[in-house]
Design a protein around this ligand. Structure first.
Ligand code: 13P
Ligand code: SF4
Length: 317
């Protein structure tokens, strides 16, 4: 879809008037990515939100990302173009469930993926994203029990990398990534034997990717478990001509920009996040014109979650 230049001019002018910085996650629609001041993964965007000079942040992403920005920058106005943009993974644990889980494991350190509500973050010791989950868990003394939530596939990945048995993992999942399965990955890898595999750790097929490497079906050097930001760096560094991408399909746009000579193929081309796609060009224009939808986080919850989120942006920097 070609970007309408009148729309782009209007968005930029209105954003400037509001002293707003436009942030877009790698899963956003191409036209939203192209107009944003910064495009990146959850960790990179949180760091920009924390350090930006702008008085308003327009977060083109999902609600927990905008909430995280508000926790890090409580004095700024944080807008999300459509507040209905939720996340099935963040919805897979409630604060009451977390409180019960903690009561069953007194003294355990709670590590929450950034894909959680502000209320869950308020009950968390340290947050992480897929970019730094391994480093975050590794920063916890090995004799301490860990409760990792909510993503079971990312949790399993971290546990495997660190070989850590005293780490309990919540059984949540993202419906988009869980739907990218091992069969689809194996079929695509067979059809494209020289391709690199870039697999997001939230995928149901992350274990299958390592299995393919372990059995020699795909050379180990071609299999990479990466956050969306890690995929961009890996695309710039790889010598491969073809890459199979196991994550939400919005990712392909930034990958093709970063490495135009590589052929990128989605392992599952139906893996699209409807929440991410609620941030339409019309919604963004409305947002910068009317200052909608403003994100509020209860100041008490924000204060309780802030240290966990701050540790997250400091680890793995
Ligand atoms: P990252 O961009 O941190 O890899 O996160 C992926 C995701 O699913 C965000 O919703
Ligand atoms: Fe949430 Fe999954 Fe959508 Fe990411 S892709 S925002 S984890 S539902």
């Amino acid at each position: 879809t070609a970007v309408d230049p009148a729309w782009a001019d209007e968005v930029r002018t209105l954003a400037r008037k509001r002293d707003a910085v436009l942030l877009a996650h790698n899963y956003q629609l191409p036209e939203i990515q192209d107009i944003a001041d910064h495009v990146g993964d959850s960790l990179a965007l949180s760091r920009i939100a924390a350090s930006s000079e702008a008085s308003t942040i327009v977060f083109c992403g999902v609600h927990f990302m905008a909430e995280t920005a508000k926790i890090l920058a409580p004095d700024k106005t944080v807008l999300i173009p459509d507040a209905r943009a939720g996340c099935s993974l963040a919805d897979s644990i409630t604060v009451e469930q977390l409180q019960e889980w903690k009561a069953e494991h007194p003294g355990a350190v709670v590590v929450s993926y950034v894909n959680t509500t502000a209320a869950v973050k308020a009950e968390t010791d340290v947050c992480c994203t897929s970019s730094n989950a391994v480093e975050v868990v590794d920063s916890i003394p090995r004799d301490r029990e860990v409760l990792f939530l909510p993503d079971q596939f990312l949790g399993a990945h971290v546990r495997r990398v660190l070989d850590r048995e005293n780490m309990h993992v919540w059984a949540g999942e993202c419906h988009v990534h869980a739907g990218i399965n091992g069969r689809q990955l194996a079929d695509q890898a067979t059809a494209h034997p020289d391709a690199d595999l870039f697999v997001h750790p939230e995928c149901g097929c992350a274990t299958s990717a390592l299995y393919l490497a372990g059995t020699g079906a795909v050379p180990e050097s071609q299999v990479k478990i990466l956050s969306t930001g890690g995929m961009i760096d890996a695309a710039r560094a790889t010598g491969a001509k073809e890459v199979l991408v196991a994550t939400e399909v919005g990712m392909l746009h930034q990958l093709r920009r970063a490495a135009p000579d590589i052929e990128f193929r989605a392992v599952n081309d139906r893996a699209s996040c409807t929440y991410m796609k609620m941030i339409t060009p019309e919604a963004l224009l409305r947002s910068v014109r009317h200052g909608t939808d403003e994100v509020h986080v209860d100041p008490d919850l924000a204060a309780r979650g802030r240290a966990a989120v701050q540790r997250m942006i400091e680890i793995g920097n």
